[in-house]
Design a protein around this ligand. Structure first.
Ligand code: MRU
Length: 341
């Protein structure tokens, strides 16, 4: 994706370092950071410097390749196993992270160079799958449609192109005068900060709406379809995605609005029978209680936005039952029926 006339991927490796866009600073500042070893890459995943299923999958693959390069002496296997465990402990829900560590771990058993090659392949495959999702998914968007999306499943959440936003980008390039309703996505505001920034840069008409306004716009006939991403899709089609997705799916069903999940096949977990087996990450309550932003004078500030002393709960994802999903847009095609009910 192009930023200020320069092409970027969300994450890449050069020498022994992993480079990534510092997403916590967006949309106020665009900065690239370098993770010099696998532990620094783990820290970046845990603290959401990089986030989004495909992006953390690629970062985890690169972290495993860094660990392969760092393993020394006779205890290489133990080092690789421990580092894999450390990488997999950063965030529990996104399938792509585990898909990547498994592949790169196996490759690392051959050689560090082989691990690096495998990590590069995972990143390339992610970008290619996202692009294909856009080409296939754009056929679902009617001319002049109102499209709702939740969280950020754009290029920042993957290596490039994105999933839910990829069909939107491509439809816009085909001169479709669509309009995107961007849920703000409290508490981390991936919609208001990241999706809005991406769409603004691409010149795509959109508006940020409060999280609790989507059903109202559906009721008014403004939303023709919903496209969201996914963090893990169980074998029966139950889908974990950013908290708040479930209520959008319920509202879409009520108003008879198509609700699509766009995800590469690497997000499907065929060893997970249904949504009840998906581990849902609980994040720090401070993310709910405090917000970061810019003052009118342009100074960065962190402020308390809730009643002082009240506790908060912060589940990062929810699970949408397969029955509420109209179809899955993958790089291999669009399934309009539910996978194994
Ligand atoms: O917690 P995050 O920002 O890593 O959440 C992941 C996501 O980006 C969303 O759930 C998204 O809708 C699907 S994954 C690209």
């Amino acid at each position: 994706m192009t930023v200020d006339g320069k092409d970027y991927r969300t994450v890449w490796m050069d020498g022994g370092s992993v480079f990534m866009i510092e997403q916590n600073l967006l949309p106020f500042e665009f900065r690239i950071i370098a993770c010099l070893n696998y532990r620094e890459t783990c820290h970046a995943i845990r603290t959401m410097v990089i986030r989004g299923a495909g992006a953390i999958g690629a970062a985890a693959g690169y972290a495993m390749a860094q660990a392969a390069g760092e393993a020394q002496g006779t205890d290489k296997l133990i080092f690789l196993e421990n580092s894999r465990h450390e990488i997999e402990s950063t965030r529990p829900t996104a399938r792509n992270l585990f898909y990547a560590t498994e592949r790169v771990f196996q490759a690392a058993l051959v050689s560090p160079a082989n691990a690096r090659k495998e990590a590069e392949e995972i990143a390339d495959e992610d970008a290619a799958a996202s692009r294909r999702i856009g080409e296939l998914g754009k056929t679902l968007i009617p001319q002049g449609a109102g499209v709702a999306t939740h969280c950020n499943a754009g290029w920042l959440a993957f290596v490039d192109y994105g999933t839910a936003l990829s069909p939107i980008y491509m439809s816009h390039q085909d001169s479709n005068k669509l309009f995107v309703y961007v849920d703000e996505t409290r508490p981390r505001s991936q919609g208001a900060r990241l999706t809005a920034w991406e769409l603004h840069n691409a010149g795509i008409p959109h508006a940020i709406i409060p999280d609790n306004a989507t059903a109202w716009y559906m009721a008014q006939g403004k939303i023709d379809l919903v496209i969201v991403g996914a963090d893990r899709i169980a074998a029966n089609g139950d889908t974990a995605n950013k908290i708040g997705t479930l209520e959008k799916a319920i509202a879409a069903k009520y108003y008879n609005i198509p609700f699509y999940v766009a995800a590469p096949t690497s997000t499907f977990d065929m060893n997970c029978p249904d949504g009840s087996h998906i581990v849902i990450e609980e994040r720090d309550p401070e993310e709910v209680l405090y917000q970061d932003g810019l003052t009118i004078e342009g100074k960065k500030e962190r402020i308390l936005v809730c009643s002082p002393g009240s506790p908060a709960l912060n589940p990062a994802f929810d699970v949408t039952p397969a029955g509420l999903i109209s179809g899955f847009i993958t790089e291999e095609g669009i399934s309009h029926t539910v996978v194994m009910q």
